[in-house]
Design a binder for this molecule. Structure first.
Ligand code: AMP
Ligand code: MG
Length: 362
């Protein structure tokens, strides 16, 4: 199959690309599309035959459920059943973060095919803020299932050429919307009995979610106890007390995610900043080709490295997240024996970055 890439850099090209994408989707095909997080591989979420194509192109196991992207907020009630006790929380989250990089896991309606949810009684839903993705899903008018547009277990694509190298020849069309803004996958939270549980760290941080919690309490004229506040953040995998002090504060590794995700083919080792990688200067290791993925400055041990990538010269976590996968991919393609990655501060967006680095090193 020949894979076409269409540009969106003029209004006319965008309109043509949106139409072409919708045409493929209506044909039951899948299409590579940019979102604000990473590139997605989209198909009609309500058509099992179309969704099957996603699994085939990605070589993704059928037990790994997909995220459903909605054309509008009105679709939320069509694909999910929101229990009464979660209503206010869901409404507040949707009002604050949609469209945007927050995925909600909620009880599903029967309209959602089993293949999308891997047979679970919940479905993950999101509404993208990306101008290209939202134009396509709005024009098409039906929800799209769209996991990241990479082969299973590979690094998520953050630019159209990455999608081409992952899925070229397997899908008919990729829409190029330039590099993605956030660079790491959406935050996933499960909403259950009026409470949130973090399933995957992402661009919407525990701090951001905490603002909704406090606003909800305020709107009810309720002052939460210290224990209630701690409980809220604990379910998001962080400690409130440490967060206030600006300390690294992860208390758990996000559950429900497969370790094989985000892995470069090259072995990746995670080290503390400034640690000398002496282990590699031994006799047997001397000839090893090492690359470095550093947060904000070149490693002190740079003489060991064949190539170095700096995630953010100014130490900005946003920039680091946005460039993480492209730089990891670049190192992965450099024919190295090992990538040495430096840890980043584990607060705010750093939580999502460290989550991906840990998975890449697993
Ligand atoms: P991706 O679309 O590749 O970014 O990954 C989708 C991920 O969302 C899956 O690997 C699951 O971890 C998560 N997910 C999707 N649906 C559900 C669900 N119903 N319950 C829990 N997690 C889900
Ligand atoms: Mg993925």
């Amino acid at each position: 199959m020949e894979t076409l890439i269409l540009n969106t850099n003029t209004p006319r090209r965008l309109a043509a690309a949106v139409k072409a994408a919708a045409g493929e989707l209506a044909d039951g095909q899948c299409v590579g599309l940019p979102t604000e997080t990473v590139y997605g591989l989209a198909a009609d979420a309500l058509r099992p035959d179309a969704v099957t194509q996603i699994f085939e192109a990605k070589e993704r196991p059928f037990f790994d459920p997909l995220i459903v992207h909605l054309p509008s907020r009105e679709w939320l009630g069509v694909v999910t059943k929101i229990p009464d006790e979660s209503r206010a929380l869901v409404a507040a989250l949707v009002a604050k973060f949609w469209p945007g990089p927050l995925t909600l896991v909620l009880p599903r309606q029967a309209i959602v095919p089993d293949i999308v949810t891997a047979g679970l009684d919940t479905v993950a839903v999101r509404m993208s803020a990306h101008p290209v993705f939202s134009a396509v899903v709005e024009f098409y008018g039906r929800p799209l299932a769209a996991p990241s547009a990479n082969r299973f277990g590979h690094i998520s694509p953050t630019a159209a050429p990455h999608v081409m190298s992952e899925l070229g020849g397997r899908i008919p069309l990729i829409i190029d919307g330039g590099p993605t803004q956030h660079g790491v996958e959406s935050t996933i939270v499960k909403v259950d009995s009026g409470e949130l549980t973090m399933l995957r760290a992402g661009p919407v941080t525990p701090e951001n979610l905490g603002e909704v919690f406090h606003a909800l309490c305020e709107s009810r004229n309720y002052r939460p106890t210290e224990a209630e506040v701690e409980h809220f953040y604990e379910r998001l995998g962080v400690s409130f007390a440490k967060m206030v002090r600006g300390e690294d504060n992860v208390t758990m590794v996000a559950p429900g995610q497969m370790d094989s995700h985000y892995a470069p083919r090259t072995p990746l080792r995670l080290i503390a900043p400034g640690v000398q990688v002496e282990i590699y200067s031994g006799e047997n290791e001397a000839a090893a080709r090492l690359g470095s993925l550093a947060f904000c400055e070149p490693s002190t041990a740079s003489s060991h490295f064949v190539c170095e990538e700096i995630l953010s010269p100014t130490g900005d976590l946003r920039e680091a997240a946005a460039t993480l996968f492209a730089k990891m991919r670049h190192l992965d393609e450099a024919g190295l024996d090992m990538i040495i990655a430096e840890q980043v501060p584990e607060h705010g967006l750093g939580i999502a970055i460290m989550d991906r680095l840990r998975k890449a090193s697993a």
